[in-house]
Design a protein around this ligand. Structure first.
Ligand code: PLP
Length: 374
């Protein structure tokens, strides 16, 4: 059998990793500033992570949600502590799209309404509701279309107020920083207006933190910069450092009813062990502070380089917009300088490194950029 070819497979095969480095099948070493798309939050093969997963695997890998799983309770407690949202409750699933699907569904159960507000250039996933709230025609099949999603311009408060007046809004879903859409930061006042309008109309504020959450920006959820609390936070990517796991953190006002949400694999023993190991490392090694320090350092140094249109983002979620003449830079970083980066649009380089990246590692990237941007 062959692979169903939907990814831009390139000719690099990664075989092992340690911290912010990976090695290919020929033994060549690469600096990883992409983290497999914001997934590697505490670095590759972190010893505490490996040990926790190994120990759990020897005990029990899986049993279903039909029994009590104390590891889930432990994870909810730790997540509450590290994120500062101790009064929220946790529902576990397997991916970011599934987390958003559950968030949108829960909102609709809560207020009995159907209309969802999403934003231009948003990306929320590839399951039906999540893809319907995504503004990217390339991935929407006819069956995914729903007339219930209203797309509004990002950071436009007047358009938002008008939409609330016109429609019976169930929920507003927003990334604190749009990732796939080009590293576009939601303004504090826009998030505050969403909060005010959701309160006024009893709609649900969903903070998609799948990419911008889990400490990447220096705060646990990037929405925290605005000082407002969302009703539901969705998360995945960095949560398991590569082990598939997603979740929603749910505010106290929602009532849990038997079977309203559910999953076979979500919150299994191995996934919980992985997620606990990640949170333990984030808190014991102060990785949110490191994300702020190294992220600010990178952004400031990048601002002094020539031929950059704009630097956007927060902490270790950084977008570097380059002119068309420099569209080969990402490829050169990989093949010439052995540095993995991501991209948002063809001309935006996206940095999503592990939260424990060092300043010395950041300097390797800055030196390469200096050579590329002349
Ligand atoms: N939401 C955001 C903001 C994302 O960036 C992504 C994935 O890139 C998703 C949701 C979907 O997550 P997953 O691919 O785990 O389903």
């Amino acid at each position: 059998m062959n692979l169903f070819d939907v990814y831009p497979l390139n000719d690099v095969t990664i075989e092992k990793g340690s911290g912010s480095y990976v090695w290919d099948d020929k033994g060549e070493k690469y600096l990883d500033l992409y983290g497999g798309h914001a997934v590697i939050s505490i670095g590759h093969t972190h010893p505490h992570y490996v040990k926790r997963l190994e120990d759990q695997l020897h005990k029990l890998g899986f049993y279903s949600n039909s029994i009590k799983i104390p590891l889930q309770v432990e994870l909810a407690k730790k997540l509450g502590e590290v994120s500062g949202k101790e009064n929220y409750r946790l529902f576990l699933c397997n991916s970011g799209a599934e987390a958003n699907e559950n968030a949108l569904k829960l909102a609709s159960f809560y207020n009995g309404r159907k209309k969802v507000i999403a934003f231009k250039k948003a990306f929320h996933g590839r399951t039906s509701l999540a893809v319907a709230a995504t503004d990217n025609p390339a991935i929407i099949a006819p069956v995914n279309e729903t007339e219930n999603v209203i797309f509004l311009p990002f950071n436009d408060e007047a358009a938002l107020e008008a939409a609330f007046r016109e429609h019976e809004v169930s929920s507003v879903i927003i990334e604190g920083i749009q990732g796939v859409g080009g590293i576009n930061v939601a303004s504090d006042s826009f998030l505050q207006t969403i909060r005010t309008l959701c309160d006024k109309y009893d709609a649900v504020f969903i903070a998609d933190s799948v990419q911008c959450g889990y400490g990447r920006t220096g705060k646990f959820y990037s929405h925290d910069f605005s000082g407002v609390e969302a009703d539901i936070y969705s998360m995945a990517k960095g949560m398991g450092n590569g082990f598939p796991i997603g979740a929603i953190a749910i505010a106290p006002k929602f009532e849990a009813k038997y079977f309203m949400l559910g999953t076979t694999f979500g919150g299994n023993h191995l996934a919980c062990a992985a997620a606990l190991a990640v949170l333990e490392v984030i808190s014991s090694e102060n990785l949110m502070d490191n994300a702020t320090a190294v992220g600010n350092y990178l952004a400031n140094e990048l601002k002094s380089l020539p031929n950059i249109i704009e630097i956007r983002g927060k902490g270790l979620m950084i977008g570097i917009e380059l002119p068309d003449a420099f569209k080969e830079v990402k490829k050169n970083l990989l093949y010439k300088h052995k540095i993995f980066t991501g991209e948002a649009k063809p001309n935006v380089i996206r940095l999503l490194p592990a939260l424990n990246i060092s300043k010395t590692e950041a300097d390797i990237f800055l030196e390469a950029m200096k050579k590329e941007l002349v």
